[in-house]
Ligand binder design. Structure first.
Ligand code: ADP
Ligand code: MG
Length: 321
């Protein structure tokens, strides 16, 4: 590369996140040294974005930087963890400085918003691929898991699922949308909002939690399966954005809310006896979540509409073609 690996790291990544007192040793040595506060557990995750697979080849660099971190922060949120530190393994075809500056800015802005320090990484040459690890903290024994829901628990989702899948389809020109909806939907794909604050607060209420990355119905099904249960989603309770409804119409918007990927919302179960307290302490309007169904004995994930079970195929976005 024209730019040496060392100067690339110095220029674009050192200090490119929050400054934290618990970083004993950050970028520059063979590994980072991080101080875990007493009484806490370390929660660790990693996620990789490959060009052409997880984002279009022509995605804006700032969006790629944002998403590479956001998908990991979303995993932290699903565990109820507070993210603290990140590592960034970057594989680049060439050291394009304009691209790197934008990528690093997108990553750093989200990192600072969540007080996450970038403490290390790796830089290699090859087809564009970004792998991020995030380490976070929870008070001992309090992390949320996918398993743990009980039959009768209420199932909820944050945000308005389906928006990101429509945004990606718009990016790829597989979908048309009214002008007023277009920018909003594209941004839901390009700059997803990991629900970190909600995840942390849910430690006091949720019996199980998962982040929605592969489609709400499938991911709700994974939560149910991990809890040894089935889930039943009520079609007419699925929350929709005005933009998605205006673009697809009510029915197709709800189908996409069930099947579309890249939402990075939280799907969580709450004991029915705790639901009123959840609503009192975390008002649904302000925290942006909605009740969508219930956990029941058995297996699988069903969608019901006015009492009858819907036939739902997973090919939700075929109607874009
Ligand atoms: P090594 O040869 O020991 O792997 P490197 O030269 O790859 O060391 O990295 C030097 C330092 O820079 C290390 O602290 C490493 O964590 C950090 N680093 C390398 N690439 C990145 C990157 N893309 N983002 C953040 N830190 C990085
Ligand atoms: Mg290295």
């Amino acid at each position: 590369m024209a730019l040496s690996e060392t100067s690339l790291i110095e220029r674009y990544f050192r200090g490119g996140g929050a400054q934290r007192a618990d970083v004993t040793l950050g970028i520059g040595d063979d590994a980072a040294i991080l101080a875990v506060p007493p009484g806490h557990e370390l929660v660790a995750c990693t996620d990789t974005l490959v060009t052409g697979v997880h984002f279009p080849h022509d995605s804006p660099a700032a969006s790629i930087g944002h998403r590479a971190l956001a998908v990991n922060l979303s995993d932290m949120a699903a565990m109820g963890a507070r993210p603290a530190w990140a590592l960034l393994a970057l594989t680049l075809p060439q050291a394009d400085e304009a691209w790197l500056a934008e990528f690093a800015a997108g990553f750093a802005a989200l990192a600072r918003e969540h007080r996450v320090a970038l403490v290390g990484g790796d830089t290699t040459r090859g087809p564009l691929c970004i792998s991020v690890q995030v380490l976070g903290l929870v008070p001992q024994g309090t992390a949320l898991r996918r398993g743990g829901a009980q039959a009768g628990d209420v199932l909820c989702v944050s945000g308005t699922p389906g928006d990101a899948a429509a945004g990606l389809a718009l990016e790829q020109r597989r979908l048309e949308a009214p002008a007023a909806a277009r920018d909003y939907l594209r941004e839901r794909f390009l700059l997803p909002t990991p629900r970190v604050a909600l995840g942390e607060r849910l430690r006091d209420f949720a019996s199980a939690c998962i982040d929605v990355s592969d489609g709400l119905l499938g991911d709700a099904g994974k939560l149910a399966q991990a809890s040894g249960l089935a889930c039943e989603l009520e079609f007419e309770q699925l929350p929709l954005s005005d933009a998605l409804r205006a673009t697809l119409g009510m029915d197709d918007a709800r189908r996409l809310a069930l099947s579309g990927g890249d939402d990075y919302e939280l799907c969580f179960a709450v004991p029915a006896s705790r639901f009123a307290q959840l609503q009192a302490q975390l008002p649904a309007q302000r925290w942006g979540y909605a009740r969508i169904g219930v956990l029941v004995p058995g297996g699988g994930a069903r969608v019901t509409c006015r009492g009858s079970v819907m036939e739902f195929s997973h090919s939700g976005y075929q109607h874009f073609r």
